[in-house]
Design a protein around this ligand. Structure first.
Ligand SMILES: [Zn+2]
Length: 291
């Protein structure tokens, strides 16, 4: 496995270096998802060998953001669930909403973040983009430019029966109205060393974030592979809008990530936020922990 990367658990997350960059995982805390929904077409007899559900068939799910310090830029990838749920929804998911506290505890000033990237706009990926105050909706990171795919935003605006509950417009529309969120089309570099790449499947325009420095690469793969238990080719989540495309996107991702030994970062893994990936053949893959 690549040398030079050390996973250093911190009081509220994990830290490693990637070339000249420093990567910190900050969690918004855990929440609950239905086990069946989390593993799509995979029967419980199989997924229950990897994860344990509670008496209501719920799984504890993580909510990992990444802070990337490149030396020039301070980039936050994903902003968790936040605190915008009504009481009924909060009872279902029981979010902890700890991201801002965890950043503060680590001495990260929200004003220091100049770039925020959302892989897509489901509520568990952009929740702390903004905060509601008595004076209206404010950007949590006032000096940051925010980035998301235009097609993802357009889809959220449609408010379709299938997935409208996933889109809370206060997480992004006020930023777009103020010109603080950039709606982009396709793959591109966001700041030097940090780029986005569209991998359709979970949504049509979900983008992963690729971080490169000093010959090393990390990829925040978002809901294309939400945890290290989802690596096998067919282990997608039931929320995927385009499951066949998700399989093709996973193949395209593995074709680079495995031979090039990318560090793969998982949004929803409560225990292992990142790992390398090994191809075990026959559509099976395993996570190799960072030591
Ligand atoms: Zn999602």
């Amino acid at each position: 496995m690549p040398t030079g990367l050390v996973d250093a658990p911190t009081t509220n997350g994990h830290r490693t270096t990637l070339g000249d960059f420093e990567l910190n995982i900050f969690s918004d805390g855990n929440y609950y998802l239905d086990g069946g929904a989390f593993f799509g077409i995979i029967p419980k007899s199989m997924w229950s060998k990897k994860v344990t559900a509670d008496e209501r068939n719920r799984l504890v799910v993580g909510c990992n953001s990444v802070l990337v310090r490149t030396g020039k830029n301070t980039v936050l990838i994903e902003t968790g669930i936040g605190n915008k749920f009504d009481e009924r929804t909060a009872k279902i998911y029981e979010p902890e909403a700890k991201l801002l506290d965890n950043l503060t505890e680590a001495g990260v000033d929200p004003e220091a973040i100049d770039t925020v990237i959302n892989t897509h706009l489901h509520f568990d990926h952009c929740g702390w983009n903004t905060v509601r105050t008595s004076a209206g909706v404010k950007a949590t990171f006032p000096r940051a430019k925010y980035w998301v795919q235009k097609g993802e935003w357009e889809h959220g605006q449609l408010q379709l029966e299938r997935d409208r509950v996933s889109y809370i417009s206060d997480n992004y529309n006020p930023l777009i109205e103020r010109g603080q969120m950039n709606l982009i089309e396709g793959d591109r570099e966001i700041v030097p060393g940090v780029s986005v790449r569209v991998y359709p499947g979970h949504t049509r325009d979900m983008q992963a974030v690729i971080i490169r420095s000093g010959g090393q690469t990390a990829c925040y793969i978002s809901d294309l592979i939400p945890t290290s238990a989802h690596l096998d080719l067919l282990w997608g989540i039931a929320y995927d809008l385009f499951p066949l495309e998700a399989i093709e996107s996973r193949k395209r991702f593995y074709a680079e990530a495995i031979p090039q030994k990318w560090l793969v970062i998982y949004t929803h893994d409560p225990a292992m936020p990142w790992s390398y990936v090994r191809d075990d053949g026959g559509g099976k893959y395993s996570a190799l922990p960072v030591r």
